[in-house]
Design a protein around this ligand. Structure first.
Ligand code: 5GP
Ligand code: MG
Ligand code: MG
Length: 183
């Protein structure tokens, strides 16, 4: 598939790579301030948060071990059901650690609300959330997300780690997927 063919699948570019990097730099400066002298661990949620983690972690001027969790939420491919299953658990013992969950997007909030509850039972000293994107109008549960990159409309988006059927994760920008691709 050629680059031009991929472009045809996108309705519009919503957030550019440049805007993302600038925002992650800004969030990293805040996080570095907030966690100075603390035992921070970054927990990325696979696979969507891979790009966010890569750029955010490199912008952080402090030690920040990374761990990864893979969860799957059942339901149609463009909707989340809130029924979550752990596919890969953490390698890290969270006891006494300051945990920052790194997420690609908060849509309904159901996945994160489940994750937060799950993490609270692991003895972490604190748990906060960083999400590159958030869809305020799609919220089914309210997530207390301390670090938010961009609030966006409810359209289904791809790129910068976000997929549709495992495609488009490798796009540099975040774009609205053209409805003809999934309807
Ligand atoms: P939530 O549980 O908040 O509804 O969303 C859980 C997961 O669904 C997100 O972490 C993300 O992986 C996926 N998701 C939600 N909205 C979108 C979207 O607009 N595009 C893509 N590609 N994935 C999404
Ligand atoms: Mg995710
Ligand atoms: Mg996905």
């Amino acid at each position: 598939m050629r680059a031009a063919d991929i472009q045809q699948d996108l309705a519009k570019i919503l957030v550019t790579e440049e805007q993302i990097i600038a925002k992650l730099d800004e969030l990293a400066a805040r996080v570095a301030d907030d966690y100075a002298g603390k035992d921070l661990v970054l927990v990325g949620v696979l696979k969507g948060a891979v790009m966010v983690m890569a750029d955010f972690a490199r912008a952080l001027p402090m030690h920040a071990p990374m761990d990864w969790m893979a969860v799957s939420s059942y339901g149609a491919s463009t909707k989340s059901s809130g029924v979550v299953q752990i596919r890969k658990d953490l390698d890290t013992d969270l006891h006494g650690k300051h945990v920052l969950i790194v997420e690609d997007i908060i849509d309904s909030g159901l996945t994160l609300s489940w994750l937060l509850e799950n993490f609270e039972s692991r003895g972490a000293e604190s748990i906060e959330v960083l999400a590159l994107l958030r869809k305020p109008e799609a919220a089914k549960v309210v997530i207390d997300c301390k670090y938010v990159g961009f609030d966006i409309p409810t359209d289904f988006v791809v790129g910068y780690g976000l997929d549709y059927a495992e495609r488009y994760r490798n796009l540099r920008d975040v774009a609205v997927l053209a409805p003809h691709v999934y309807s």
